[in-house]
Design a protein around this ligand. Structure first.
Ligand SMILES: C[S@@+](CC[C@H](N)C(=O)[O-])C[C@H]1O[C@@H](n2cnc3c(N)ncnc32)[C@H](O)[C@@H]1O
Length: 295
């Protein structure tokens, strides 16, 4: 397999801004990227990422080249709507986000403006996308958490001067999504992967198997991601390899995840996790990177 290096990322056309995640997402992969990228072949045909979140690996691959077809999905409906709007209506989104940013910085109490937007129910996809990005940039730690009714309930973040709109990046992301003919869909990972076959490349970054009860960040959706889900995902991993896909997976290193992927090429990597429930949990976290290559 061809090796990707960090330099590859820097050697592409410097005239254009490289796309990068436009939302901060729990489990974002920034510090693990070099370890993941070295397993991604330089020549891809179909790339599948069904636990998309902020899409850190997808954007890092796009900085190398966009000569492949992307199939991107996540169970989070609001998030996938936002990707759709970034892809097809970047200018309208930028205009509305710019208005939100302006109003936010002119408001007497920024926290009031935040809670107004949190309570607001948008009436179209562009409003919904702008609301998601605005809340993501101004809420506590950029978390996405919903209550049992599916309502976003993360409190105000108290950042001094958050950057709400990065228009250049939204345009770069929009270009990357269009250049890779990105198919965007809100679905359970099993549905998204049902059509994968020989020579497809799949990256799986599921909600973490918690290392302890307090370090759990599996509440991306009302249902969370249980231990049973981790077992089923490992079975899906094996089936994909049997079908001829190359599969890359990252997860926290726990006794369960080490056991589930024992038969595959597994590396244990130390990373700084960007979002954790306790400040002290931000350094020296161990993750597993698992590679499944078809015979
Ligand atoms: C660890 S995060 C992915 C982070 C991402 N790699 C990044 O760079 O930001 C896991 C994602 O899986 C999604 N998810 C949870 N359960 C899912 C399911 N059953 N099917 C598809 N996506 C799911 C969550 O909404 C969340 O965005």
């Amino acid at each position: 397999m061809l090796q990707a290096s960090e330099e590859t990322l820097l050697s592409v056309d410097s005239g254009k801004q490289h796309p990068s995640p436009f939302v901060k997402w729990a489990g974002g992969k920034a510090s693990l990227l070099p370890d993941l990228l070295r397993h991604v072949p330089s020549h891809l045909s179909n790339y599948y990422e069904p636990f998309l979140g902020g899409g850190a690996l997808f954007f890092a691959i796009c900085a190398r080249n966009t000569d492949f077809n992307a199939h991107l999905s996540d169970i989070n409906n609001e998030l996938m709507n936002t990707y759709g709007v970034v892809k097809s209506k970047p200018d309208e989104l930028i205009q509305l986000l710019s208005k939100f940013e302006h109003e936010y910085y002119r408001s007497k109490r920024m926290s009031n403006y935040f809670y107004e937007k949190r309570a607001w129910r948008p009436s179209n996809s562009i409003e919904s996308a702008a609301r998601l990005i605005f809340l993501n940039k101004t809420c506590y730690n950029g978390l996405y958490r919903v209550n049992s009714r599916g309502e976003f309930n993360v409190p105000f973040g108290r950042y001094k001067k958050p950057r709400i709109l990065n228009a250049e990046n939204i345009r770069a992301v929009s270009r990357a999504l269009r250049d890779t003919n990105a198919e965007l869909c809100s679905a359970d990972y099993r549905t998204s992967l049902s059509i994968c076959g020989k020579d497809d490349f799949v990256y799986l970054d599921p909600p973490y198997q918690p290392q302890s009860k307090t370090s759990s960040f599996t509440d991306y959706t009302p249902g969370g991601f249980s231990e049973r889900d981790q077992h089923e995902l490992a079975q899906e991993f094996e089936k994909l390899v049997d079908r001829g896909c190359t599969v890359l997976l990252s997860n926290s290193e726990t006794p369960l995840t080490s056991r589930l992927y024992k038969g595959f090429e597994v590396r244990s990597v130390t990373v700084n996790r960007p979002i954790n429930s306790v400040g002290s949990g931000r350094t020296g976290y161990r993750e597993l990177v698992v590679l499944g290559n078809p015979e």
